[in-house]
Design a protein around this ligand. Structure first.
Ligand SMILES: Cc1cc2nc3c(=O)[nH]c(=O)nc-3n(C[C@H](O)[C@H](O)[C@H](O)COP(=O)(O)OP(=O)(O)OC[C@H]3O[C@@H](n4cnc5c(N)ncnc54)[C@H](O)[C@@H]3O)c2cc1C
Length: 373
C-alpha cells in the first residue's frame, strides 16, 4: 500500500479521527492546529449509536464507555416534565450501545493520547498561509514561515476553514438558523439513566449524561442576532428561560451554581457545495458540513469522515485525486441529510411544532443514519 505524506490542518474531532485512522494504517502525518494550547471548551457531547460505530474503527468505544457514559436510548417529555414516549432509536450492531455521552475535554484528551501513541508530530499555534498544488504534490507555507510538501492536505479546520478559503473558490458563509444554544455542564441528578428531550415549548431542552456524576443540558431558544450574554449574567438568564420547565430542567434550575460551565452561542449551519475535494486537497468535518446540534451528529459525521478518508486512501492502485473524489461521493449525501434535517427540525421548533412531530423527525433521521456509511 502506498504510504502518503499527509498534512492535517485542524486537530479537532474530525482532524484527530483522520490522523488516528491514517496514522494507524502507516501514513506519514503532520497535524497543525491554530490553538497554541490545543484545548476545547467544557461542554458535554452526545455520542449517538452511529458515532459510536464510527469510533469503533478507532478502537475507542471502550474508552468512551469508561470515561463517559453509555445511556442506551432517550426519553421524550413534554416541557412540563410529563413523560411522552421513548425516542425510536435503532440498535446498529449487536453489542454496540444505542447512545452515550462524554465531556468534550475528556474526549479530546482520549483522542490526543491516541495521536501521541502513534508518534504523530503535532504543531500548535500554527496554520497554513499558502497551498499551491501541482500534479505530484502540494507546497505549503505555514504561518510560522516554515514550508513543506505533502501528497495530501486535509482541511479539518472547522466552519471558517482557512484551507477552504485557500483552495476552494465556491466557499459559502455560515447562515444563522434563527436559534441559539445554551449549554450547562454540571453534576447529575441522582436518577437520570437515559438521555432526555423536552419539547412542546418555544424553548427545547436536551440532557445527556456524560460520566458517573456529570451531565450537560442544551436549551435551544429563538435568536434574532441581538442577544449578547456576559459571563456574569449567564446563569440568571438561563434560569429565567427554564422557569416553565418541569422534570430534570427544573432540577437543573434549582441546583445550578455559578461554578458550573454555562455558555450561549447563536447557531449557524452551512453545507459547502461539492465536491469537497480539489486535486490533492480535501475538506473534512465542519469545514465541509457545519451543522446544528439537533441530531447530535456533527462530530459523528466528522469521525466517519476520517474513517472513510483513510479507507479510500488505502485502496490499492487508485490515484490520490480519485481517492479523494471517492471520499466525496461517499460522504456528500449523508452529511447533507444531517445538515438539512437539523435545520428543518430547528425550523419546526421555531414554528411551535408539536412534540410528536419533532420527535418523529429526529427518530426518522436517526434511522437513516443507522445505515452503513
Ligand atoms: C452547540 C453545539 C452542540 C453540539 N453538540 C453535538 C453533539 O452533541 N454531538 C455531535 O456529534 N456533534 C455536536 N455538535 C457538532 C460538533 O461539535 C461539530 O460538528 C464537530 O466538533 C466538528 O468537528 P471538526 O473537527 O470538523 O471541527 P472542530 O471540532 O471545531 O475542530 C476544528 C479544529 O481546527 C482548529 N482550527 C480552526 N481554524 C484553524 C486554522 N485556520 N488553522 C489550523 N487549525 C484551525 C481548531 O482549533 C480546532 O481544534 C454540536 C455543535 C454545536 C454548535
Amino acid at each position: 500500500m502506498a504510504r502518503h505524506k499527509v498534512l492535517i490542518v485542524g486537530g479537532g474531532i474530525g482532524g484527530m479521527a483522520a490522523a488516528i485512522m491514517l496514522g494507524k494504517t502507516g501514513h506519514d502525518i503532520d497535524l497543525v492546529d491554530i490553538d497554541p494550547d490545543w484545548r476545547v471548551y467544557g461542554a458535554g457531547i452526545t455520542i449517538t449509536g452511529a458515532t459510536l460505530r464510527a469510533y469503533k474503527h478507532l478502537d475507542m468505544v471502550d474508552d468512551i464507555a469508561s470515561h463517559g457514559a453509555i445511556t442506551n436510548g432517550a426519553k421524550i417529555f413534554n416541557y412540563d416534565g410529563t413523560y411522552l414516549k421513548d425516542l425510536d432509536e435503532p440498535v446498529l450492531e449487536e453489542g454496540l450501545p444505542a447512545t452515550g455521552g462524554i465531556m468534550r475535554p475528556v474526549l479530546h484528551e482520549l483522542m490526543q493520547k491516541r495521536i501521541r501513541a502513534l508518534d504523530i508530530p503535532v504543531h500548535l499555534g500554527v496554520t497554513v498561509d499558502s497551498l499551491i498544488q501541482d500534479e505530484d504534490g502540494v507546497d505549503v507555507v505555514f504561518s510560522n514561515g516554515q514550508k513543506g510538501r505533502y501528497d495530501v492536505v486535509v482541511g479539518s479546520d472547522s466552519i471558517n476553514s482557512k484551507v477552504r478559503e485557500l483552495a476552494f473558490d465556491n466557499s459559502q458563509d455560515p447562515i444563522p438558523t434563527g436559534q441559539g444554544c445554551w449549554r450547562i455542564s454540571m453534576k447529575c441528578p441522582p436518577d437520570i439513566k437515559r438521555s432526555e428531550f423536552y419539547f412542546g415549548h418555544k424553548y427545547t431542552a436536551g440532557i445527556t449524561r456524560c460520566g458517573v456524576d456529570e451531565m450537560y443540558m442544551w436549551l435551544l431558544t429563538p435568536d434574532d442576532g441581538s442577544l449578547w450574554v456576559k459571563d456574569e449574567e449567564a446563569m440568571e438568564m438561563l434560569s429565567e428561560r427554564l422557569k416553565d420547565f418541569g422534570g430534570t430542567p427544573k432540577w437543573i434550575r434549582e441546583n445550578m451554581t455559578k461554578d458550573d460551565w454555562i455558555n450561549y452561542r447563536p447557531l449557524a449551519a452551512v453545507l459547502q457545495p461539492g465536491p469537497w475535494a480539489n486535486g490533492r486537497i480535501v475538506l473534512l468535518g465542519d469545514s465541509a458540513h457545519a451543522t446544528t446540534p439537533h441530531l447530535a451528529s456533527g462530530a459523528g459525521m466528522a469521525v466517519e469522515g476520517g474513517v472513510v478518508l483513510s479507507q479510500e486512501l488505502n485502496v490499492e492502485g487508485v490515484s490520490i485525486q480519485d481517492a479523494l473524489m471517492a471520499y466525496n461521493e461517499r460522504r456528500y449525501s449523508r452529511c447533507r441529510d444531517v445538515v438539512e434535517s437539523s435545520i428543518a427540525i430547528g425550523q419546526k421548533q421555531l414554528e411551535g411544532g408539536d412534540p410528536d412531530e419533532v420527535g418523529d423527525l429526529i427518530g426518522a433521521a436517526i434511522h437513516r443514519l443507522a445505515k452503513p456509511f
